[in-house]
Design a protein around this ligand. Structure first.
Ligand SMILES: [Zn+2]
Length: 428
């Protein structure tokens, strides 16, 4: 894609000289036309769902001005190479649902997740000249070379899974590429860092449950990236130790720079790398002012500080970019919406990052991790799916499914077998 001259003038004007000369911005734009910048967290699907009683009816409007931080014209102006669109629904406290202390009370999360995925599929289908579905690094490059914005799918929170590994396996088939182990609430799988401050632990060690450990293995097997954003520190440590594949933080910052539970502390960053006892991974730096700090006052330079701090521990080949656009009520000065991505690239160039290092930050580092995750999945392809269930479920085996009275669905021998069965839920 080549930028019309008018657009260049607008970008230069909006850059405002806050972090380097326009030559760095020229260099940034040139780089972004050669290599894709991948943003690992954009909440556009929730805006579509929030503004419309019939969400699919809003999708054509993405081609013009759309409320929020993101629409196609602004993504094009910002040279976005690819995005992970987020499948998400709010935690129980926001929806007013209570899953109970055993997480067994049904909620609408599974339906809502499927509808969010449907919105994403329809976004891509309705804008084929701009968006192209991608799952692998090869597919990202083929979308980019065709002049399209690579469209990947991330899923944010295991509260969305109906406590079921079967649901997870189907989301894998539907193209979900990463799964965040929690959102702001604990789930049957894992412990969360909470909505802004720690919340009371409900699981042993405030970490993964047995089913959560099984989930990490299953994510490795099906090739979904294990995302540790939003999780408790103990969940992060356990998942890093347990995962055979590299891990990711799809949208987080550095806690040493701004003390917020959503950021990654240095001692956990030190577990990421290629030395003894370390796991490969990538940390994608978020643009949300309350995590970046100060708030108000967070700017593009401050986001670069987080990237540089993290890179100082894990290496420049393990960092990346994640806006959280459309999922936040305020934004960073200089990174206000999807038209501003070149500013963060220019900022790092102005600090001496080389073009090669920037190709990595923009997307190369993440794509290397995606390839490694795919290689682990390939290695595990002969493993059977996990048969684990949420240990507190009381509906399995389905002893009521045969009906009753004159309405009996089971064959006689099945009925006899069920009647002789002693159903134990002694782990409850
Ligand atoms: Zn988030």
């Amino acid at each position: 894609m080549h930028l019309a001259p008018l657009l260049v003038i607008q970008l230069l004007t909006s850059f405002g000289g806050c972090s380097g000369s326009s030559s760095f911005l020229d260099q940034a734009i040139e780089l972004m036309e050669e290599s894709p910048l991948l943003d690992t967290h954009i909440d556009l699907p929730q805006i579509i769902r929030s503004l419309n009683r019939r969400p699919l009816d809003a999708i054509p409007q993405l081609n013009s001005s759309f409320p929020g931080h993101v629409d196609i014209p602004r993504m094009r102006q910002g040279r976005l190479g690819g995005a992970f669109w987020t499948v998400w629904a709010p935690c129980y406290d926001v929806t007013g649902e209570d899953p109970g202390s055993d997480f067994n009370t049904p909620t609408n999360h599974l339906r809502d997740s499927m509808e969010m995925l449907d919105i994403i599929q329809n976004m891509i289908a309705r804008h084929p000249e701009h968006l192209q579905y991608a799952r692998s690094s090869t597919e990202v490059w083929s979308a980019f070379k065709a002049g399209k914005i690579a469209s990947l799918i991330g899923m944010e929170g295991t509260h969305l899974l109906g406590n079921s590994l079967g649901a997870l396996r189907l989301f894998a088939q539907l193209g979900v590429r990463y799964l965040t182990l929690t959102h702001t609430c604990h789930s049957a799988f894992a412990s969360s860092a909470g909505p802004g401050g720690p919340i009371d632990p409900v699981h042993e060690g405030n970490a993964l449950t047995q089913l959560g450990k099984e989930l990490v293995r299953e994510l490795n097997r099906v090739g979904i990236l294990v995302d540790l954003s939003h999780t408790s520190d103990a969940t992060m440590r356990q998942a890093i130790a347990l995962s055979e594949a590299p891990v990711v933080w799809t949208h987080a910052g550095a806690r040493a720079l701004w003390d917020h539970p959503r950021n990654v502390p240095d001692d956990i960053l030190r577990l990421i790398g290629d030395g003894p006892g370390k796991k490969d991974g990538v940390i994608q730096s978020i643009f949300f002012p309350p995590f970046i700090g100060p708030n108000p006052g967070a700017n593009v330079s401050r986001v670069a500080d987080h990237i540089e701090h993290i890179a100082g521990i894990v290496g420049k080949n393990r960092v990346g970019i994640a806006s959280d656009f459309d999922g936040m009520y305020i934004s960073v000065d200089g990174l206000e919406d999807a038209s501003k991505y070149p500013n963060i690239v220019a900022e790092l160039l102005s600090r001496g990052w080389t073009s090669e290092e920037m190709r990595g930050v923009m997307g190369g580092n993440l794509m290397r991790i995606m390839d490694e995750v795919d290689a682990v999945s390939e290695r595990l392809r002969d493993q059977l799916p996990s048969s684990a269930i949420w240990e507190k479920r009381k509906d399995l085996p389905s002893i009521k499914w045969g009906g009753g009275g004159i309405q009996t669905y089971w064959p006689r021998d099945v009925k006899d077998a069920v009647e002789k069965m002693t159903v134990r839920h002694d782990e409850l």
